[in-house]
Design a protein around this ligand. Structure first.
Ligand SMILES: C[S@@+](CC[C@H](N)C(=O)[O-])C[C@H]1O[C@@H](n2cnc3c(N)ncnc32)[C@H](O)[C@@H]1O
Ligand SMILES: Nc1nc2[nH]cc(C(=O)O)c2c(=O)[nH]1
Ligand code: SF4
Ligand SMILES: [Mg+2]
Length: 217
């Protein structure tokens, strides 16, 4: 059984595939926060911008089988009149690797989708994922040391600590590196910090949360 908070067609808003048509499948639940506001201050990850509790969002629900979820993903793709080419699903959450299994990967591949994940990097990535975006969280053990993309939300640490962290990630096996300003009360300052750091350390590019800018999901 898969618990999905919401399932919707949109454009990938962030990172290397920004602008690409995709179905977003947001799984319920995370290993770094309960999702309850009263737990935020004691959570390992405290800046989350997402409601991933329950299965009551648009297109959400409890899917009993991989086939049933793959069918719903295909229906969501077709709902925009998109054809069979370039089918792309982004599994996110919450933490998608708490629920993704080989059955689901096979069922979605069988429908011709490429599969991307957004993960916090604390859980081993199963075989068959086509695009891995890892977004490390301070205070959580990072075990995904190789990925298509790293997308670091900043700031998550003091300034010196941040540059030390960037230097460490620059030596690792990430094929694309992005800095994304933390949304919240300090977004403007965080964008300025991200811009300065991209200029100073050109191995990093800026990831803007474009879906928020243009007002789509
Ligand atoms: C909601 S998370 C879900 C996937 C996974 N749990 C993770 O953290 O990567 C999706 C993306 O949003 C980013 N994100 C979460 N809260 C954010 C915020 N307040 N500002 C900017 N990015 C944020 C995460 O770092 C991650 O890259
Ligand atoms: N359009 C859009 N792009 C996104 N990229 C990553 C997202 C996420 O919440 O994982 C996200 C999201 O929620 N919406
Ligand atoms: S790890 Fe991802 S889903 Fe979990 S609380 Fe942090 S940003 Fe949100
Ligand atoms: Mg989001």
């Amino acid at each position: 059984m898969y618990t999905v908070k919401e399932l919707f067609p949109t454009l990938q808003g962030e990172g290397a595939h920004a602008g690409r048509a995709a179905v977003f499948c947001r799984f319920a639940g995370c290993n770094l926060w309960s999702g309850r506001e009263e737990d935020r201050q004691t959570a390992i990850c405290q800046f989350c911008d997402t409601d991933f509790v329950g299965s009551d969002g648009f297109g959400g629900g409890k899917f009993q089988t991989a086939q049933a979820l793959a069918d719903a993903i295909e229906l969501s793709w077709k709902s925009t009149s998109a054809g069979p080419q370039q089918r792309y699903v982004v599994f996110t959450g919450g933490e998608p690797l708490l629920q993704i299994d080989q059955d689901l990967i096979e069922a979605v591949h069988a429908k011709g989708f490429s599969i991307a994940i957004e993960t916090n990097g604390t859980i081993k990535v199963p075989k068959g994922i086509d695009w891995v975006c890892v977004s490390p969280k301070a205070g959580a053990d990072l075990i995904v040391l190789q990925a298509d993309e790293i997308k670091l939300v900043i700031p998550q640490a003091g300034h010196d600590a941040l540059e030390t962290l960037l230097a460490r990630f620059e030596k690792m096996d990430y094929r694309n590196r992005f800095l994304q300003a933390m949304d919240g009360p300090n977004l403007k300052d965080n964008i300025q910090l991200a811009v300065r750091l991209c200029q100073k350390r050109p191995l990093w590019r800026l990831s803007v949360q474009t879906h928020k800018v243009i007002g789509i999901r």
